[in-house]
Design a protein around this ligand. Structure first.
Ligand SMILES: Cc1cc2nc3c(=O)[nH]c(=O)nc-3n(C[C@H](O)[C@H](O)[C@H](O)COP(=O)(O)O)c2cc1C
Length: 227
């Protein structure tokens, strides 16, 4: 193991990312940060070509105003930025479509590294539908679609597998009414999927409840925090 792993400390493998290849560090991150929701991002190029690609380095940042972020990384294959990022920087607009189990296969097809003139709606057979406030189309098959305006791009690293953080304000939510109840989303109908490491995905059909506690639920004195 010497020379491969930095230090073997009993049961814990301690890893200094600077001493390992970006690909190994990437594997570590995508195995550790799980499950990740998937932003299925539609954009238009400056020339008007449609683009659709999945991104699992994705989360919410703010609810007031509603802001989401995701991260297109620099391609490991050729060191180039992805079409999605080019398009967003050129147009300032995108749509994030939530991915459900029923069109997971088509979503995956859109992750192939096609040249910029290829329309992934046509490749996958997914249906483009006009947005209200932005030019990129939504994905009809998606139960929740978010029309976004670019707020900021933070280029974290230009190296292969380096990322850029794209922050977008949600201008419109489009929610399938069969899974909408007073602003609550029915996860059993949404059937969102999450990405694990490599080609592994997680379903959201096995759930459990755990109400969030308040400080009154604890005996703070017994925990050494009494006055
Ligand atoms: C489920 C899934 C999640 C992905 N997440 C990311 C991601 O977070 N960042 C990234 O750069 N690429 C990610 N990819 C790979 C991109 O989808 C792929 O590079 C795609 O070709 C980019 O398309 P574009 O060049 O049209 O933007 C993911 C692929 C899949 C299947």
């Amino acid at each position: 193991m010497e020379g491969i792993l930095d230090e073997l400390d009993g049961e814990t493998v301690i890893i200094d990312p600077e001493r390992h290849t970006p690909n190994d560090v990437y594997k570590l991150m995508v195995g550790a940060i799980v499950p990740r929701p998937i932003a299925f991002v539609s954009t238009l190029s400056a020339a008007g070509v449609r683009n659709l690609a999945p991104f699992s380095f994705f989360t919410a940042v703010s609810a007031n105003p509603p802001v989401i972020c995701f991260s297109p990384m620099v391609r490991a294959s050729d060191g180039q930025r992805k079409d999605t990022l080019h398009n967003i920087e050129a147009t300032g607009e995108f749509v994030v479509n939530v991915v459900s189990e029923e069109f997971a296969r088509q979503m995956n097809q859109c992750s192939a590294e096609f040249p910029p003139d290829v329309d992934e709606f046509a490749i996958s057979g997914l249906t483009p539908v006009a947005s209200e406030l932005v030019k990129p189309p939504r994905v009809r098959e998606s139960h929740i679609q978010m029309e976004c305006r670019l707020l900021q791009v933070v280029h974290v690293s230009p190296k292969p597998l380096g990322g850029s953080l794209v922050l977008g304000e949600v201008l419109r939510f489009h929610v399938d009414e069969t899974l909408f109840d007073d602003f609550r989303i029915d996860p059993g109908r949404l059937r969102a999927i999450g990405r694990m490491g490599g080609p592994i995905y997680a379903r959201t059909t096995d759930r459990f409840e755990m109400p969030r506690p308040t400080p009154a639920d604890f005996d703070l004195e017994a925990a050494g925090h009494g006055g």
